[in-house]
Design a protein around this ligand. Structure first.
Ligand code: NAD
Length: 351
């Protein structure tokens, strides 16, 4: 491993910790990008990486992303992330997660963790046996419906920007990935009268969307080429890439997935083709908003939704800035997040 201290300095990281437990064989990396706005909250992922550097790269990229996401959502949180190096299908044990929990505890609340890929709510219950610096677990509801609610509101801002009205009624929306967020999103869109096109690897989920919301099913590859108003990536990241870019026939790309644009150049390519892009970490912040307000307590689900609904106004403001400053929407998002990261925050959650 080399060059990491230089990268930490360049990107403003506070701490990247390699973690090892002899007894359980735990190998993990925890990255704290920033605690300027509050404790570094971010999920822990369990994954098989080709090598250690890949794990460190992944955790650093994700931790920095969390700082930007929470800052842009105006939450009193910093950004961090953990990765446990191992196969989530065969290497999980209570002892492993408890050992990890002890390392989280040693960070004295600078890092607060949650579930991410490969780490389920009952794994969090094991981590919780050793530390209170965890959100989630089987007692907290799923953030996915809240993420979907925010994406739906964000789509309204996109429609207003492109068509002059936030109304989604009659718009044709192609949803790629009908998982926990995709399903909740389809329900909101169908309720508003949008026309749905869906695709998923799992045909049972496709069938459900057809039956429940009258969606039209298409193949996994076909969804990119469907003529539609909004293409909504809600599956894995990297949906906008070299292969899919020339296929897209939409006016807007707005969905729940993280890292929708595989490389920066595809963001410029979308813009050149007149396709509006809703930056992922702005539009999909409903889940983190739900998690943080639940952690702090004192708000009902409908009050939390009122806070999440501000994503609509936040995106409209971002699009205005993108136009006026002649920068791409994703660049405007970074500018906004970086400004907020520079603010010293010492105030309660916005009401
Ligand atoms: P999920 O695992 O419940 O659902 C994802 C669905 O996408 C699955 O049904 C899967 O079969 C499908 N899929 C994956 N790749 C596909 C492809 N190439 N073509 C078609 N379908 C494909 O996940 P989720 O919780 O619904 O999250 C969806 C996306 O949103 C993920 O990228 C996630 O990182 C992101 N996200 C989720 C939340 C949340 O609250 N769950 C918050 C922020 C971001």
């Amino acid at each position: 491993m080399s060059g990491y201290l230089a990268r930490m300095a360049e990107q403003g990281f506070e701490e990247v910790v390699l973690v090892h437990d002899q007894e359980t064989g735990l190998k993990a990396v925890i990255a704290i990008h920033s605690t300027a706005r509050g404790p570094a909250l971010g999920g822990t992922r369990m994954w098989v990486y080709p090598n250690e550097n890949a794990a460190v790269d992944d955790v650093m990229c994700l931790a920095r992303g969390m700082s930007y996401k929470s800052a842009a959502a105006e939450l009193p949180l910093g950004g961090g992330k953990g990765v446990i190096i191992g196969d989530p299908c065969s290497e999980k044990s209570e002892a492993l997660f408890r050992a990890y929990g002890r390392f989280v505890e040693n960070m004295n609340g600078r890092f607060i963790t949650a579930a991410d890929m490969g780490v389920a709510e009952d794994d969090l219950d094991c981590i919780k046996m050793e530390t209170a610096h965890v959100v989630g677990g089987s007692s907290l509801g799923s953030p996915s419906p809240y993420t979907a609610f925010g994406v739906w509101k964000g789509m309204r801002a996109c429609a207003a920007e492109v068509y002059g009205s936030p109304d989604l009624k009659g718009l044709r929306i192609a949803v790629q990935g009908i998982g926990s967020v995709g399903q909740a999103l389809c329900r909101h869109l169908a309720d508003e009268g949008a026309e749905l096109i869906v695709a998923d690897i799992d045909q049972a989920k496709v069938k459900l969307a057809v039956e429940r919301w009258g969606a039209r099913a298409v193949g996994r590859e076909q969804i990119f080429a469907e003529e539609c108003d909004i293409f909504a990536p809600c599956g894995a990241g990297g949906a906008v890439n070299a292969e899919t870019m020339p296929l897209l026939r939409c006016r807007i790309v707005a969905g729940a997935a993280n890292n929708v644009i595989k490389e920066e150049k595809y963001g410029s390519a979308l813009h050149e083709r007149g396709i509006l892009y809703a930056p992922d970490y702005i539009i999909n912040a409903g889940g983190i908003i739900f998690v943080e307000y639940s952690r702090q307590g004192g708000k009902s689900p409908s009050e939390i939704k009122t806070v999440i609904a501000r994503i609509e106004g936040r995106l409209s403001e971002l699009f205005r800035r993108s136009r006026e400053e002649n920068v791409l929407p994703e660049q405007a998002a970074d500018l906004i997040a970086e400004e907020k990261l520079r603010e010293k925050l010492n105030q309660p959650l916005p009401g």
